[in-house]
Design a protein around this ligand. Structure first.
Ligand SMILES: [Ca+2]
Length: 102
């Protein structure tokens, strides 16, 4: 990719920008190819299920109770993904390009 704006382009119009397509190994020019990400309840815990990371990127999942303060979730600790009963919990992916990949 020539510059940063290309990573944020979505040439196939599937709603998934090139950086995300690259991170999860889906085709940026095929709208039927996009990463399948699911939130699966397991008792009191929640698991974020996503395809393996294949692009040269750093991918972290962040959690927030208010969408203002975000903290990095510990993948090995299911409690990081468990909402407090009666309170919302939000998750987001932070994807950063590995600068060594150019
Ligand atoms: Ca796309």
């Amino acid at each position: 990719m020539a510059n940063g704006s290309d990573w944020l382009a979505d040439p196939d119009g599937d709603g998934v920008v090139n950086l995300i397509e690259y991170a999860f190994g889906t085709h940026p020019l095929d709208a039927t190819s996009s990463p399948s990400i699911a939130i699966v309840e397991q008792g009191d815990n929640v698991q974020i299920v996503h395809p393996p990371i294949v692009g040269s990127t750093f991918v972290t999942i962040e959690v927030s109770e208010d969408m203002n303060i975000w903290n990095e979730a510990d993948h090995s600790d299911p409690a990081d993904f468990a909402p407090t009963p009666g309170r919302p919990l939000f998750w987001r992916f932070r994807i950063e390009l590995n600068d060594d990949s150019d």
